[in-house]
Write a protein that binds this ligand. Structure first.
Ligand code: FES
Length: 106
């Protein structure tokens, strides 16, 4: 039997996401922020800072991380882990781009 554990959902074009910015996608009650780096890599994190739930989607994207707009924690876009001396992790989601279309793994 071929069991598919990952459900890939098309959420739009890479070009719909501003470089160094993000776009939010709803998944039930959860908001997922989809980020685009300057070199067009795309990452998805729950839109909730591990510190005090700040909206990471409104943060600044730089060096593979996003800086939370509330208290400047720096969160890895790849793993959702807080960098430096801060501790915590937000949920990250698999993402891929095919022919310019962004697919989110749920
Ligand atoms: S809520 Fe993100 S740094 Fe405080």
């Amino acid at each position: 039997m071929n069991v598919q554990s990952q459900n890939w959902v098309a959420i739009g074009q890479v070009t719909d996401i501003p470089r160094q910015g993000s776009r939010c996608v709803k998944n039930g009650d959860m908001t997922i922020a989809v980020f685009r780096t300057t070199d067009d890599r795309v990452f998805a994190l729950e839109d909730k800072c591990p510190h005090k739930n700040g909206p990471l989607s409104q943060g600044i994207v730089h060096d593979g991380c996003v800086t939370c707009p509330l208290h400047n924690w720096v969160i890895s876009l790849e793993t959702g882990t807080a960098q430096g001396a801060d501790e915590g992790q937000t949920a990250s989601f698999p993402i891929k781009v095919e022919d310019g279309t962004v697919l989110l793994g749920l």
